[in-house]
Design a protein around this ligand. Sequence first.
Ligand code: SF4
Length: 301
Amino acid sequence: MAFIPSYVRLFEEGELSQRIKVLREFLKECQLCPRECQVNRLKGEVGYCGAGSELMVSSAFPHFGEEPPLVGFHGSGTLFLTYCNLRCVFCQNYDISHLGKGEHTTPSDLARAMLRLQEIGCHNINFVTPTHFAPQIVASLPEAIENGLRLPIVYNCSGYESIEVIRLLEGVVDIYMPDVKYMDERFSRRFSNAPDYPEVIRKVLKEMHRQVGDLVTNSLGIAERGLLIRHLVMPGGVASSEAVLKFIAEEISVHSYVNIMDQYRPEYRAYEHSEIDRRITHQEYREAIQIAKSLHLHRGF
Ligand code: SF4
């Protein structure tokens, strides 16, 4: 049977327009993420992330470097959003996330961009760093759905999310893809100015998994729905890989798809911090994989 994303039903029942209204309210005293800046973004004020009222997109293209279940045969339809609410000192995309590289984009423009990615055969719509623009993204869906959008929506985020906003995305997002960065507040404070990151990510992962479950793929191995977790191994144990993987195995599911990534490289202001001014060693990466295996995790790495 052909895949029908759950947002189509929300749209047909009129629930999607209710969600759009509620999410828009968050922009008035912005509480879209745990930073809770309380600035009125609808009036042009900006908070920690730097984002205003209008959506900004840096690029839209079929991405072939994502996880195999997202890439499939024709790529993941990736839309890079400008700015970021986490703003790590080692950011690998700092020109987009910190410096604001991108173009102002209306909801209609975004709807057209999604439809274009569908037309060229992409298997999903992959919003990269969507947190601070969640209301604007959801507001662009009705026009896209009316014009035939039927691809799963991927929410490709840092995991530093408001639990209330994630609840409002139930049935809108088909695939959650959080990058679990830390489980130790010393490092999340130091490198992302977010001491509450470990506490937040635990709740967020549980809520995401409650909504969509473990990653499900179709007969061709292409992702349709579920939780796809990323974890970037950092030098010197900064990413607390053992604690992250233990939490996933014990509190989420041993069937979680976990992409344990080895591509950390010192970027942006990482050179100012001796712990993270180098790449990881083969040994550090091997240890993370061994830990995952010993915990009976078995998908994605
Ligand atoms: S989304 Fe941006 S403005 Fe809103 S609370 Fe988060 S950091 Fe602040």
